[in-house]
Design a protein around this ligand. Structure first.
Ligand SMILES: NC(=O)c1ccc[n+]([C@@H]2O[C@H](COP(=O)([O-])OP(=O)(O)OC[C@H]3O[C@@H](n4cnc5c(N)ncnc54)[C@H](OP(=O)(O)O)[C@@H]3O)[C@@H](O)[C@H]2O)c1
Length: 244
């Protein structure tokens, strides 16, 4: 069997302006892929595109808000044909459940679950037409467990585990693979969003160091390099010592 490679493969990465998505865009471009990175902040995406100038692959930016109803379809129109979709955009929210504002819960759901489904549908249609593709959903170890003070986020990540299972079942007949990559704590700007002292204290008390975003990106690229008849279902990437 010929060794799989990513040279010239078209890869769409959501959340490309920051953290894991940014590192993933660079990792795919380093492997020779033609990357399309999307996020709201066009200025950050422009810096990312410049960084790719020295790499074997390319990065092109498409700025937009994934929770705008029309954006996922417009994004698919620009990005298609997409070989690999990495659904990485996401947001967090902290606080003891009984003290959180229910008005905030749908915002997390809208981005982490609804927008991910909309993008997967828009891009998945093109993959179905071509009879191949790979959708990689970035969840979290909180897709399978719970910590204190992150309940609305935990609910969305559990949901995306279910979405990943459902997509895998429905899309296999069209030659589309679906993989969930579930990182543990990773050092990215999302961790700056602690708005709650108790949650921040829990974070400070952890007995391990967070992952670097590049380590998660490497795991995502390895998933995309799986053989043509191999569909990794879930890859969990824990920092050494994050065992519970
Ligand atoms: N860091 C961790 O410890 C950790 C652990 C497990 C899983 N994860 C998951 O990894 C993924 C990436 O998180 P990260 O840690 O890399 O966080 P991050 O650095 O904050 O990146 C989040 C990305 O999502 C984009 N985004 C947010 N709202 C958006 C919107 N409405 N429309 C389009 N793009 C939007 C942001 O770009 P703009 O602001 O430019 O729009 C940014 O590129 C998330 O799904 C997160 O749940 C993170």
């Amino acid at each position: 069997m010929q060794e799989p490679n990513l040279v010239g493969r078209r890869v769409l990465v959501t959340g490309g302006s920051s953290g894991i998505g940014r590192a993933t865009a660079l990792a795919f471009a380093s492997a020779g892929a033609a990357v399309i990175a999307t996020a709201r902040r066009g200025d950050e995406l422009a810096v990312l595109c410049d960084e790719a100038d020295s790499l074997p692959g390319t990065i092109e930016a498409v700025a937009g808000n994934l929770t705008d109803a029309d954006f996922p379809a417009a994004l698919a129109k620009t990005a298609d044909p997409v070989d690999v979709l990495v659904n990485c955009a996401g947001m967090l929210g902290h606080g003891p459940f009984l003290d959180t504002d229910p008005a905030e819960w749908p915002k997390v759901w809208e981005l982490n679950v609804h927008a991910l489904m909309c993008v997967s549908q828009a891009i998945g249609r093109g993959m179905r037409a071509r009879g191949s593709g790979h959708i990689i959903n970035v969840t979290s170890i909180l897709a399978g467990r719970a910590y204190r003070y992150t309940l609305p986020y935990t609910a969305t990540k559990h949901a995306v585990r279910g979405v990943s299972r459902g997509l895998r079942v429905e899309l296999a007949e069209f030659g589309i693979k679906v993989t969930e990559v579930a990182p543990g704590l990773t050092d990215t700007p999302i961790l700056d969003s602690f708005s709650d002292d108790d949650a921040a204290a829990d974070y400070d008390a952890r007995p391990y160091q967070p992952l670097d975003a590049d380590e998660v990106a490497l795991a995502i690229v390895r998933v995309a390099l799986s053989g043509p008849n191999t569909c990794p279902e879930r890859v969990e990437v824990h920092p050494l010592g994050q065992t519970a």
